[in-house]
Ligand binder design. Structure first.
Ligand code: AMO
Length: 433
């Protein structure tokens, strides 16, 4: 007999079905017991009116793996209006111990560190799982939307010889007697690959040795990257990014519809043109209201991003806001200056619900500009010889962006801490599970 998913039960009323899954909960009442079986798609209620079977199930720990064969029947009070009756139950694997945190409650009741310590089990909870359904749909939507626009997916090395985003936040690795690093981003390789495919994207892990403990930083996260050749300036990149995010939102709505309903999410509408504010204007707006002196500050603090998020919602009815024209001082050496003012750049951040989600911009593309930019920062061009070779041999004007996958999902599901949307987060104190 073929297996039926719990989610298919409503369509199988009146039929004999075979379910497989985990013992989510056993509720013993005086005359009858209810077994709630969980599989990867949902829950099913199984009516146990055989006292011996109920007693046998009661001796099992929750999370034991079961096979249940019975008849699907309409039942108004059961999940999705259907339950399984006259069951035959086979124990496939008896769990060796009770779960560290009870999984049957609608919401997990434990502190975040406990949930993370026991992630191999707590991730099974329907609400935990739902967050990663949103993650999976996001990646699918990102890929689909860029592929439809002629982008080619690449995978670039994560063991690298030089820091891409500045030297401080990089993990060193012992590499056959030499020093190597874990890639902070696919930046150099995605740019090089513009010379091959013109339009590329990558979904992959990146590593940041940031020694701080914040609710929005991980030491390993998933970066959604793209790079585009033959652009006029950063505004062409912003248009592609807008479409990529619209594709992500659409995929979450369709492919993760169950998760969206369970978590009661509002998936944002992406405006055709995302509102945009120049960095200096943004500082003036904030200063005018808060009285802070921000002139000369090279970056926005998290509180400023939150303020701008509120402003965008109020003034533009948008949950997204581009901030453009960041000062050169805080941007990596590959950043293209603003042709009108070399102290500023053709770069941008995209804020989503008051938090930085994306950084991107136009890059330098002339070999001599790279040599000058490295010299100005006192960097040895020899360290970047592989990267520079691409520019020596002709590269078009290009630009791209990098987006933190967990940042997107955490805003979407309203997570208080980004660790809630990383399967097995890596942070200052956490290298396991
Ligand atoms: P940047 O370093 O700003 O840019 O990173 C891009 C985006 O990645 C996310 N992010 C993080 N998410 C979780 N934990 C972290 N520690 C973390 N650090 C960054 C943010 C951020 O906006 N090469 C450039 C991108 C480009 O220009 O193409 C880069 O890596 O959402």
């Amino acid at each position: 007999m073929e297996r039926t998913w719990t989610s298919e039960l409503p369509r199988r009323c009146g039929e004999r079905v075979l379910l497989k899954g985990w013992l989510h909960r056993l509720r013993r009442l005086s005359g009858v017991s209810f077994l709630v079986l969980r599989d990867a798609r949902g829950l099913a209620q199984v009516v146990i009116d055989d006292a011996d079977l109920a007693a046998a199930l009661d001796r099992l720990h929750s999370e034991s793996v079961l096979e249940v064969e019975g008849v699907a029947a309409p039942a108004a009070q059961a999940p999705a209006g259907v339950e399984v009756r006259q069951p035959r139950v086979r124990v496939l694997v008896a769990a060796a111990a009770p779960p560290p945190v009870p999984l049957f409650q609608p919401t997990l009741r434990a502190q975040l560190p406990t949930l993370l310590d026991h992630a191999p089990v707590t991730l099974r909870h329907p609400r935990s799982r739902a967050r990663f359904e949103v993650t999976a749909a996001t990646m699918a939507g990102f890929r689909a939307s860029l592929r439809a626009r002629g982008f080619v997916e690449i995978q670039t090395p994560k063991l690298v010889a030089a820091a891409t985003e500045g030297g401080a936040n990089v993990f060193g690795v012992e590499y056959f007697g030499r020093r190597a690093f874990l890639a902070q981003s696919p930046q150099f390789y995605k740019q090089i690959m513009v010379g091959v495919f013109e339009r590329v994207f990558e979904v992959g892990p990146v590593f940041r040795a940031e020694p701080h403990d914040t609710p929005r930083h991980l030491n390993e996260y998933v970066s959604l990257d793209a790079e585009i050749g033959f652009i006029r300036d950063h505004r062409d990149v912003m248009a592609v990014l807008r479409d990529a995010i619209a594709g992500m939102a659409e995929a979450v709505r369709i492919e993760a519809a169950g998760a969206v309903a369970l978590l009661d999410l509002t998936v944002p509408e992406i405006p055709d043109a995302i509102p945009s504010v120049d960095f200096r204007d943004a500082q003036r707006l904030i200063s005018a209201v808060t009285g802070e002196r921000l002139e000369g500050e090279p970056d926005l603090a998290p509180a400023h991003e939150a303020w701008l998020g509120e402003w965008a919602r109020r003034e533009h009815g948008s949950e997204f806001l581009y901030v453009t024209g960041f000062p050169m001082a805080k941007r990596p050496f590959y950043t293209h200056p603003d042709p009108a003012d070399a102290d500023f750049t053709n770069s941008f951040d995209l804020l989503f619900r008051g938090q930085e989600l994306v950084t991107g911009g136009q890059r330098l593309h002339r070999h001599e500009d790279y040599l000058a930019a490295l010299a100005a920062r006192g960097q040895d061009p020899e360290l970047f010889s592989g990267y520079l070779e691409a520019f020596r041999h002709g590269m078009p004007a290009h630009g791209g962006f990098g987006m933190g996958l967990e940042r997107w999902v955490s805003r979407l599901v309203g997570a208080a801490n980004i660790r809630e949307v990383a399967l097995f987060p890596r942070d200052l104190s956490r290298l396991t599970p």
